[in-house]
Design a protein around this ligand. Structure first.
Ligand SMILES: Nc1ncnc2c1ncn2[C@@H]1O[C@H](COP(=O)(O)OP(=O)(O)OP(=O)(O)O)[C@@H](O)[C@H]1O
Length: 265
């Protein structure tokens, strides 16, 4: 499904990010180089604080790199854009708007006319299985349904790239599995490139064609693990010995990272 021979969809080119802290700087991401192909599904895992969100936010244009650059479709990222949809762990829905109005919001901002807005919103709502709840307010929805709504909002704008930061992190494991399957199903039918940050090694392997394992202090790419399991992935995939072997490999890469040596004085 992925074409890694054509020019990359997203290129992290020697990208770094330092945040000012009292008395100096903290290097959150250090010289990361990574190409993500058109239609590729890449997951990013690593210990807490290793810079996963910062990396994603640089691709989203929400954080500016302090060195290097992120390039999408050959253009340097200088800010957010409709070509990149971002989904966070917190649903960030407007509580006073119905599901449909929430989903229409980005389209309204983009100046899409009312009829087209409605059509695209309803299509995205149906895609995430919320068709019966289009007129519901967020407070009447479960956590999983709220997250489906947030995903529908990103889908409606029809971005080429989906940047997802722990989108299922707050959900119970059953809902999480359902949303993983729905995401893969949608991804397989569309032409989207996905970068998905997670703490969950099993989730990382289940979804991805490649898992990027990051290391902390400073945040950098530690290893990249190919996941040559065929799509569509199913329960059988999760129970297969190949899946278990890959999960163990990624788990070891995350949990047995060599300690960072103190810099030479
Ligand atoms: N605006 C900021 N100012 C200062 N330090 C920051 C800022 N944003 C992030 N950091 C630091 O950069 C490091 C990387 O943060 P980041 O949120 O990218 O890590 P992460 O891998 O996503 O963590 P987690 O898995 O816990 O969400 C952390 O040590 C964090 O404290």
């Amino acid at each position: 499904m992925t074409d890694r021979t054509s020019p990359p969809k997203i290129s992290f080119r020697d990208v770094g990010c330092r945040f000012p802290v009292r008395g100096g700087h903290f290097t959150a991401v250090d010289r990361v180089s990574l190409d993500v192909g058109e239609r590729e599904f890449v997951t990013v895992v690593g210990p807490s604080g290793c810079g996963k969100s910062t990396l994603l936010n640089m691709a989203a244009g929400l954080v500016t790199p302090t060195s290097g650059e992120v390039v999408v479709d050959g253009r340097r990222v200088t800010g957010p854009g409709p070509d990149r949809g971002v989904i966070f762990q917190q649903y960030a829905l407007f509580p006073w708007l119905t599901v449909r109005r929430n989903v229409e919001f980005g389209l309204r901002v983009a100046g899409v006319g009312a009829a087209e807005r409605r059509r695209r919103a309803d299509e995205a709502i149906a895609l995430v299985g919320l068709g019966d709840f289009a007129d519901a307010l967020p407070k009447t929805l479960s956590g999983g349904m709220k997250q489906r709504c947030a995903i529908a909002r990103a889908y409606a704008v029809d971005p080429d790239v989906l940047l997802m930061d722990e989108p299922f992190g707050a959900l119970d494991s059953l809902t999480r599995v359902q949303l993983q399957e729905q995401l893969l199903d949608t991804w397989s039918r569309q032409t989207r490139t996905v970068v998905f940050v997670t703490h969950d090694v099993e989730e990382a392997v289940y979804l991805a064609g490649r898992v990027v394992v990051m290391a902390a202090r400073p945040g950098r790419v530690h290893r990249i693990v190919d996941v040559p399991l065929p799509y569509p992935r199913t329960e059988e995939t999760r129970l297969s010995p190949e899946f278990a072997a890959l999960r163990n490999e990624v788990w070891s890469a995350v949990h047995h990272q060599a300690p960072v040596e103190a810099p030479a004085r």
